[in-house]
Design a protein around this ligand. Structure first.
Ligand code: ATP
Ligand code: MG
Length: 556
């Protein structure tokens, strides 16, 4: 038996204080990048929602060993005074969790989690200035961990007008290193996926980096949608009924869920059979048993696909500008797929780009270049946990050799994948990896294979040209030595031997070229067999070829 004096209730802040790793706040480098990520993602979300072209300044100041100050300033709408302390000083409070809308933040725990981390490691409050073209408010705030309530230690109004939110917070147990997972890399990738954002970054060595926007248009505002009826479970159907003003179950469902009309209810009644009569059922009559029956019947009922216009991808044009601007590649291909859904209820869209040459790939200290996968979710870079992410797994499951990319790991290639959804299925609250939803993996693979096909010819030509030049040079180098050795052995003069040796080399190269062309033809034929045209894809989407499809483009 549990003794009463051992039973204790904990606040959510206490929980996350003990489990800060769940927020991605572990490891010195990772923690600092996560902090920048949480503040910057909030800034862009807020600016876009307010219809403002985002201008964000990030400054990292080294105060001591593993001790940094993080400043993030934006030009957004700020947070009004009455909500400021609650939004930032209380965990699980936010304007996004309860809405189905494509935004970077989801949980109401990002910035507040960082403020808690600052307090835990330095004992100091976070300084915030918020304003919207009027007198601004300055606050120093922390979190009362036991009660998960904001703690305001100082508050005053400033005479100076300011528009936006400025956060300044100190952290210990964090570090900044030269790494492809540091804040600079995070901001560079943010700039790639958000060409409408200007970011200025002052690193801890006082070096300034400016990512100027390449597009002067704010992306259209994503629509907020109601949950799709197929995504509803027994408990949700029952609980949501309480907050609806409708009297009947049908009225409540029509108000609350997406894509339910009279036709749907006719079909639903057929699925329910005589067991349950929906027509006149009042909300009061809805209990667990009835809700369970309705949910089961919904699964058997045909529904219209969820609305997909709630999704705002980066767009092929904008991604093209970013890639040209930042990666300056020799060749690239971008592709935005049509929106579709996962788990039957959540709309999503996949965008990919394959960029080759120029600044593509990851430059190592020894001067070599490795391929690089840039993962994004709702335009936010995902830098950590690649192995646990559906995006990485989809990229790695492609047989790149088929597309003439013979040594994927060691090519100057950047693969960009952006997943947009009203609800990203993250594997944890740290928001660094996407869960393995089959529909999402399939879409990423299809997009990458189409893009790879487009650039494969160029890469193949380029690789072969380089290889041929190298071989030619090597043969030429040795032809003199061979001629000299033969002169000693046979007595025939070098000058006489050289043209003959060169003739043999040319013949050899011609034969190799013929062989290459033959191989090319074979690869091309193989590729064509694997071409999945839009028509086929549409068919597979409607389920007709579901099983066949997976075999056809399965690369394993
Ligand atoms: N720079 C900002 N400008 C305006 N509002 C902001 C800003 N930063 C945070 N907010 C507000 O504070 C709320 C809490 O932010 P927080 O980062 O803790 O959670 P979130 O962004 O909603 O979700 P997530 O936990 O996924 O980050 C936000 O929902 C938003 O309303
Ligand atoms: Mg956030």
């Amino acid at each position: 038996m549990v003794e009463n004096n051992n039973l204790k209730e904990h606040s959510v802040a206490e929980f996350f204080k003990k489990n800060r790793h769940m927020l991605g706040l572990f490891g010195k480098l990772r923690s600092l990048t996560t902090i920048v990520h949480e503040f910057v993602a909030n800034s862009i979300d807020a600016c876009e929602e307010a219809g403002v072209l985002p201008e964000i300044e990030v400054k990292l100041v080294k105060l001591g060993e593993e001790h940094f100050e993080v400043h993030v300033i934006d030009n957004g709408p700020g947070i009004d005074e009455k909500n400021l302390s609650k939004a930032l000083g209380k965990l699980l409070v936010g304007t996004k969790f309860h809405r189905l809308i494509q935004m970077r933040g989801q949980q109401g725990i990002g910035a507040s989690g960082c403020i808690l981390f600052s307090q835990m490691t330095t004992g100091k409050p976070t300084k915030v200035i918020s304003g919207n073209n009027c007198k601004s408010v300055y606050m120093e705030l922390g979190i009362n961990v036991e009660r998960n309530e904001p703690l305001i230690s100082s508050k005053k109004y400033l005479d100076k007008e300011f528009k936006g939110l400025a956060i300044s917070s100190e952290f210990k147990e964090v570090d900044y290193q030269d790494s492809n997972q540091n804040a600079l890399e995070y901001l560079k990738r943010t700039a790639i996926a958000n060409p409408h954002v200007t970011i200025k970054f002052l690193d801890p060595f006082n070096k300034m980096f400016v990512f100027e926007r390449s597009v002067n248009v704010i992306p259209p505002k994503p629509l907020e949608i109601n949950p799709h009826i197929k995504s509803v479970d027994t408990d949700t159907l029952l609980t949501n009924a309480k907050s609806s003003d409708a009297k009947t179950v049908i009225g409540y469902m029509k108000d609350t869920y997406d894509r339910v009309g009279d036709r749907f209810f006719e079909d639903l009644q057929k699925s329910l059979g005589k067991d349950l009569n929906l027509k006149d059922m009042t909300k009061k009559e809805l209990d667990w048993g009835k809700s369970e029956k309705i949910v089961k019947a919904i699964q058997k009922t045909k529904t219209i696909s969820p609305k997909t216009d709630a999704l705002i991808p980066i767009s092929e044009d904008s991604l093209t500008l970013s890639i040209k601007n930042i990666l300056k590649p020799e060749i690239f291909y971008v592709l935005t797929r049509k929106p579709t859904t996962y788990k039957g209820g959540f709309p999503f869209v996949v965008e990919v780009a394959i960029s080759y040459g120029g600044n593509s790939g990851r430059l190592l200290k020894d001067g070599s270049v490795k391929s690089e996968i840039m993962r994004f979710a709702n335009r936010t870079p995902l830098l950590f946990d690649p192995g646990a992410c559906a995006i990485t797994n989809a990229v790695n499951s492609i047989n790149w050799k088929r597309y003439h990319i013979r040594d994927f790991e060691n090519e100057p290639i950047t693969i960009i994948v952006n997943l947009c959804s009203v609800h990203i299925p993250y594997t944890s609250v740290g928001k660094q990896a996407v869960a393995e939803e089959q529909e999402i993996i399939d879409e990423i693979k299809l997009a990458l294979m189409t893009a790879a096909r487009q650039i494969s010819n160029y890469i193949s030509r380029k690789m072969k040209h380089g290889l041929k030049l190298e071989r030619k040079k090597m043969f030429e180098r040795y032809s003199y030595e061979i001629a000299r050795a033969l002169e000693i052995l046979t007595g025939t003069k070098q000058a006489e031997l050289l043209p003959k040796i060169e003739e043999i080399i040319l013949k050899k190269l011609e034969l190799e070229e013929e062989q290459e062309q033959k191989e090319n033809k074979e690869i091309k034929e193989e590729l064509e067999e694997n071409v999945i045209d839009e028509e086929k894809k549409e068919e597979t989407k409607t389920g007709k070829l579901k099983d066949k499809k997976l075999n056809e483009f399965s690369e394993e």
